[in-house]
Design a protein around this ligand. Sequence first.
Ligand SMILES: *[C@@H]1O[C@H](CO)[C@@H](O)[C@H](O)[C@H]1NC(C)=O
Ligand SMILES: *[C@@H]1O[C@H](CO)[C@@H](O)[C@H](O)[C@H]1NC(C)=O
Ligand SMILES: *[C@@H]1O[C@H](CO)[C@@H](O)[C@H](O)[C@H]1NC(C)=O
Length: 481
Amino acid sequence: MAKIHCGNASLPSCLITFIFLQFLPHGNGKADFSVLGPPGPLLAIVGQDKSLPCKLSPNISAEGMELKWYRDHLFSVVHMYKNGEDVYEEQMEEYQGRTTFIRDHIARGEATVTIHNITTFDNGTYHCLFKEHTSHSEATLWLKVAGLGSVPRIQVADTQDKGTWADCTSAGWFPEPQVEWRDLRGQMMPAMTHFLVSATTGLLTVMSRVVLQDKAVEGLTCSISNPLLPERKVVAHHLAAPLFRRFLSMEWRPVLPLILIALGLATVALVCVFGKHTREEPKTCVEKEAEDEDGVSPSLDPDTSSPKLMVSEDQKNVRRLLFEQDLPPSSRRFDQDPCVLAQEQFWAGRYYWEVEVGDRKAWILGVCLESLGREGRIPKSPKHGLWAVEFYKKKFWALTYPRTRLSPPQPFRLVGVLLDCDAGEISFYNVTCGSLVYKFSGLAFSGPLKPFFCLWTHDPRPLTLCSVVTETQDTEPSGGP
Ligand SMILES: *[C@@H]1O[C@H](CO)[C@@H](O)[C@H](O)[C@H]1NC(C)=O
Ligand SMILES: *[C@@H]1O[C@H](CO)[C@@H](O)[C@H](O)[C@H]1NC(C)=O
Ligand SMILES: *[C@@H]1O[C@H](CO)[C@@H](O)[C@H](O)[C@H]1NC(C)=O
């Protein structure tokens, strides 16, 4: 039929016209309206919702039209609206259950598709097509997806032969973030940075490492930022507890808050450190010797947590609940004892961490084998792979077999745990006065060890994991360059 209208036109151009006509959605495609979208790219945050608005010009009603939001091709449908209702048959799997069509102002030609729970997949180009009888028109929209990652974590490793380095890790970034290390003086430090892409979420995990000369870990900061967002995630590695003690006993006291702010210390650290140093400073205690271990700040692993406990969002504190939570059963979880493990695991090396127990009436803390059974009542002794101390009914115990009654000169508020995997020892300190309370020796373990915590009684007060770095100024690198 098309050929008849060709008149004297040459055959090829006639064919082209024919093909062109066949591929338009309906009729001649000449629209007496146009569609407008947002002029520039839209910023969408992973996990949040984002609206993709389009409107007709002139502002005629779109009620009777067929409206389609799609990605690269007409058949990659995000959302479709036809004959006054949502049509889901052609919707891409990725958008199923994730879109809402907003038609409040459809009478004046405005319609919006909201995408819920934005993912990295949603980054890119969209079109909104408005079609009526023989007319159609569309607008193009650009969505820039941004993911703001977790607060970074710094871990310092110190080896005899390969030197000292600090690793900064953080997950949940998109697109590739910028990583910046600075030392105590605020000088930028060269680092090696890698990104790992999650196959399921498309989000990036950052792993960045700086090699440290002369073990200068004090005041080290790692800051990560998304080029699309103004926020920054910063973490600082801060001074050792013993060093603070010295600071505080000198004329530094008035300026300390400024120093702390300057160092950008994490809130948890502030609470912990201040909590312990504003109390009276006993003079009878023996200081824990400055040694060559890595200060670590373990994070609790909610997947191992008993339903009786609640781990905070930052995974730095845990409290006892009045009623059990309804959690899916898991072989990783303590089902009866009110206990939880940390995420970190240790095979070799020396590590030190501090736990604020405050005035809590009952607790256990120590380390256990990663393979410790989690079902039923846990036998708590070294021969079952658990090395810990306990406070219960105003009495302290080392959980040896049989138990050993301890009589520390002062109550614990802050407990220091020093794990020396190489020597097979774990020591518990009363940090308030720096005294050693108990040391297990001859730890026999064939698998990784994890920090272990239990909260007996319904005391609502939490256990809090503090950030610490041990003092390194007094120790010379042993064997390093
Ligand atoms: C359409 O736009 C005109 C002017 O831009 C305005 O006066 C009119 O109220 C609008 N109509 C509707 C239905 O919003
Ligand atoms: C959002 O998407 C993520 C990843 O696809 C998923 O794990 C999460 O459960 C979703 N959240 C909601 C509230 O639907
Ligand atoms: C995300 O989409 C925008 C266009 O909306 C594009 O310019 C950018 O390259 C995309 N980013 C990634 C990481 O794919």
